[in-house]
Each structure stands twice: as structure tokens, then as C-alpha cells.
Design a protein around this ligand. Structure first.
Ligand code: URP
Ligand code: ZN
Ligand code: ZN
Ligand code: ZN
Length: 461
């Protein structure tokens, strides 16, 4: 048994900040102690650094099939990039195709991920076809640690569920303990607006943002909340970008409903200004829900501070500008939806600490602890405490870096944050005690990361 000691750092969790040494044994945190008390075979010096739990990114799409192409990060490249950015767990989305079972979809995603990941991973299940068989399979998946299900009020003909299908899945999850995650946009109305925009010759990427109206996100958010209330089920709304949708969540929470919201760095740091960049550059910023005008950002930060939003994940779904985003030249509706970001989340949120939007502990709470609790991984993941997996990041809060496609590790030919200066940088990353990044060198390997079954939501109690 090797004992590793992380010495001299400031240990930050969602609840505490303490100068302590962290002892790791057999891949787990064994103890926290006053600096200098413990000894070990190997010591990592963290003097002047933060010692934080590895990030938990609860929303990624490695290799997602979308719009006739596939997200450009594989589980191998995407989890390596995640590790570089201080994330040690991802929860990716397995997909049920219409006419096929959940099991078949989940098996296919296991096959993509197994043996290829640098860090631990779990799965949510995208439910595209609610029927009696699907509902029974949901129970089985919950038992084997796939305890959350994404449904779409958007993308008619692909992932879309109607209100009846949503209600039935919610009723089932109320029984089996699963958590419904909702893509809340009124896709039926949006498709009408898309058709009308294209008929007017409005084909540029910026029209993606105009037709996918904030009101249609808010309307769908409201409807999802009320369907969940009728079903007696909790609800987690993914990738919230509109302030009107935050208001719906806040109102429901004030009513005492178990309703939760996630936002993503792109909505906090980017805006419709990016979607309007000339020469088709706006395509780099096409995702759904779309980027919003700048004034929405303040309401998202506020929601994160007041706990009307609980989680920041990336919705990492990269498509190369050349060869993939290109598919939508002359028709914005054919641009594959999604942004890269799995490597940037911890740094961008640290920048939010530097900028005064959130506290250090809230940084860890929204990026590590709450996603772990929300999706049944706590305290194995998301904290630094005796018994937890030794998923630990040594973070230099003073290092300066410039985000760029030249230096990132995601398999995509652009950065959504190209040229952005941030203060703070990952130095060393341990996954279950194994150094995956060591003083800015990649020391991990594909296959180290394992599938991690999850319990049901731990944020309800
Ligand atoms: O644009 C996005 N968000 N692409 C990924 C699929 C989804 O809806 O989350
Ligand atoms: Zn979505
Ligand atoms: Zn997504
Ligand atoms: Zn290994």
C-alpha cells in the first residue's frame, strides 16, 4: 500500500476552507491533518496552491451522433481533455434511438467508453421513445446505477417527447427514484419559426438564436415543472440559458417544489454577440438552448448565488468548424448543435471567483459537490473527506493562462474562448490516487477510468 501526502495546500470543499495535509491510501482519502503531522512514502508539495475535489461534469456528449455527424471528441480524447482541465468524473448521455430499447442504447455507449477513458464516468439515459417496454427498462437501469433520464421538448422527429410521454416517464421516475432531466425548449413552435426564417432568407448562424426564443425556453420550463408536479417527481432542467427560465425555476422552488437547474459556462461567458460574428464564425457558438443577449448573464450568476441554479456542467458537445459546423453554411438549422468546453469549466468558474461572481466554496459546490449529490455519487466523488475517492486537483490560483485551440486538448479545431485570459490553472490531477496530470504533464492512460454506478438523487434529502 502506497501512502501519498498532499502537503501544505489550502483544502477547499463546498463547506470548508482549511490549511491541511491530505493523506491518500489505496486510492482513497485516508485522513486530513494539521500540516506537518503525517508522513508518507510520497509527498506532493501544494504550498501556495488549492487542493480541491476533482470536477464532476454531469453533462457531456462524447461521440454523440447529431445532424448527420458525430461529436468530435471520443471518450478517449474527451476524458483526457477533461482531466487536463481538472475534471475527474463525467456523466455522459447514452442514447435510445426511436424504435429501439434503452438497454440496446446503453450497451452501445458502454462499448464506446469501456477501456478508453482516462477518468471515471457514468451514464444518463436519453429516452426518445416512451412505451411500456421503455418504462420497464427505466426501472432496471436505476437498479444498475443509471439513475437519470433525459427527455427533450425540442428536436421533433429526433429526440422529442410529447407531454404525454413526458408525464409517463415522470410518473415512472416518481416510483423508481430516477431523476428526469429536461431539455426545455418548445421544439414544435421553434420548428415553425425556423421554417419561416429560412423562407425569409435568414440563414446565418445568428438566426439560430433568434428563432429559439427565450420565451419558448421559459414556456417549456414552466410546462416541465407543472408536469413534474402532477407526476409527483423531482425535475432537473439542463442547460438553462434564459433569465425567464431561471424565473420559472425560482418561482417553483419558492413554492417548495423539488426542481433544479443547471447552466453552463457558455451561457455565463458568451452571448448572442458571438453568434453574430461574421464570416460564418457564429456557427462556432451554435448550441441549444442558444446563447442569449448579455443581460441574461447577470441573472444566471444571481441564480447560482441564490441556489435557484445548483449545477454548472459543460454540455460538452464539440463539432469542428471545418467539416462539421460547415454543414450549416446557407442554412443555420443544419449546423450541428453544441460547444466544446469540458477542459475549460473549472478554470472559467475559478475566473468567476476572481471576478467576484461566486465564492471559492460555491465554485466547488456547483462544479463538484452538488453534481455528485444530484446524481448519486457523493461522497465518493465531489469532496475531500476520509473515505472519498482520491480524485484531487492541485490548483494554482495565481497562474495566468490564455485559453486557445493551440494549447487545449479537446479534439476540436477551435476554442469557444479563444484568447481569453484566465487566472488559475490545474497543476496536478489525481484520479483514485493515480496521477493523471502531473505538474502540467499528462501521466494518465486510456482505460484507467471506470464506469461508476450511481445511487438515486441525494439532493432531495
Ligand atoms: O447544443 C447542444 N446542447 N447539443 C447537445 C445536445 C443537447 O441538447 O444537450
Ligand atoms: Zn439538450
Ligand atoms: Zn447536452
Ligand atoms: Zn490505471
Amino acid at each position: 500500500m502506497t501512502r501519498t501526502l498532499i502537503h501544505g495546500g489550502l483544502v477547499i470543499t463546498a463547506s470548508d476552507e482549511v490549511h491541511a495535509d491530505v493523506l491518500i491510501e489505496d486510492g482513497r482519502i485516508a485522513a486530513l491533518a494539521a500540516p506537518g503531522v503525517l508522513t508518507a512514502d510520497r509527498t506532493i508539495d501544494a504550498t501556495g496552491k488549492y487542493v480541491i475535489p476533482g470536477g464532476v461534469d454531469a453533462h457531456t456528449h462524447m461521440e454523440l451522433p447529431f445532424g448527420g455527424t458525430f461529436a468530435s471528441d471520443t471518450f478517449e480524447t474527451g476524458t483526457r481533455a477533461a482531466a487536463w482541465g481538472g475534471t475527474t468524473t463525467i456523466i455522459d448521455f447514452a442514447v435510445q434511438s426511436v424504435g429501439h430499447g434503452l438497454r440496446e442504447g446503453l450497451d452501445a455507449w458502454h462499448a464506446k467508453a469501456e477501456g478508453n477513458c482516462a477518468i471515471d464516468y457514468g451514464f444518463h439515459m436519453i429516452v426518445s421513445d416512451v412505451n411500456e417496454d421503455t418504462l420497464k427498462e427505466m426501472d432496471l437501469l436505476v437498479e444498475e446505477g443509471v439513475t437519470s433520464f433525459k427527455q427533450f421538448m425540442a428536436y421533433p422527429g429526433v429526440f422529442y417527447s410529447d407531454d404525454g410521454q413526458i408525464l409517463r416517464a415522470m410518473q415512472r421516475s416518481a416510483d423508481n427514484g430516477g431523476l428526469i432531466m429536461m431539455h426545455a425548449e418548445n421544439g414544435i413552435a421553434i420548428d415553425v419559426l425556423v421554417e419561416q426564417a429560412l423562407a425569409r432568407g435568414e440563414t446565418d448562424p445568428r438566426y439560430h438564436g433568434e428563432v429559439r426564443k427565450a420565451l419558448l425556453e421559459a414556456e417549456a420550463t414552466h410546462r416541465a415543472i407543472r408536469l413534474a408536479q402532477v407526476a409527483g417527481a423531482p425535475l432537473y432542467v439542463v442547460h438553462v440559458s434564459a433569465m425567464e427560465a431561471v424565473a420559472e425555476l425560482a418561482r417553483a422552488r419558492d413554492e417548495g417544489l423539488p426542481v433544479f437547474g443547471e447552466t453552463c459556462p457558455q451561457y455565463l461567458f458568451l452571448s448572442t454577440d458571438n453568434l453574430a460574428e461574421p464570416d460564418f464564425e457564429g456557427a462556432k457558438y451554435v448550441c441549444s438552448t442558444p446563447l442569449r443577449p448579455r443581460e441574461h448573464q447577470a441573472k444566471l450568476w444571481q441564480g447560482l448565488r441564490t441556489n435557484d441554479l445548483q449545477v454548472v456542467s459543460t454540455d460538452h458537445c464539440p463539432f469542428c468548424f471545418t467539416g462539421q459546423k460547415d454543414l450549416g453554411r446557407g442554412d443555420f438549422s443544419k449546423i450541428p448543435n453544441g460547444l466544446p468546453g469540458v477542459e475549460n469549466r473549472m478554470d472559467l468558474l475559478h475566473q468567476a471567483v476572481v471576478d467576484g461572481h461566486i465564492s471559492r466554496r460555491r465554485w466547488i459546490e456547483i462544479a463538484c459537490a452538488t453534481p455528485a449529490r444530484m446524481f448519486g455519487l457523493y461522497p465518493k466523488k465531489g469532496t475531500i473527506a476520509p473515505g472519498a475517492d482520491a480524485d484531487v486537483v492541485i490548483y494554482d490560483p495565481h497562474a495566468e493562462q490564455v485559453l486557445s485551440a493551440e494549447t487545449h486538448h479537446m479534439n476540436v479545431d477551435y476554442s469557444a474562448y479563444e484568447g481569453r485570459r484566465v487566472t488559475g490553472r490545474v497543476e496536478t490531477v489525481l484520479s483514485r490516487g493515480v496521477p493523471v496530470v502531473t505538474e502540467r504533464e499528462y501521466t494518465g492512460h486510456a482505460g484507467h477510468g471506470v464506469f461508476t454506478p450511481r445511487s438515486t438523487c441525494q439532493y432531495l434529502n
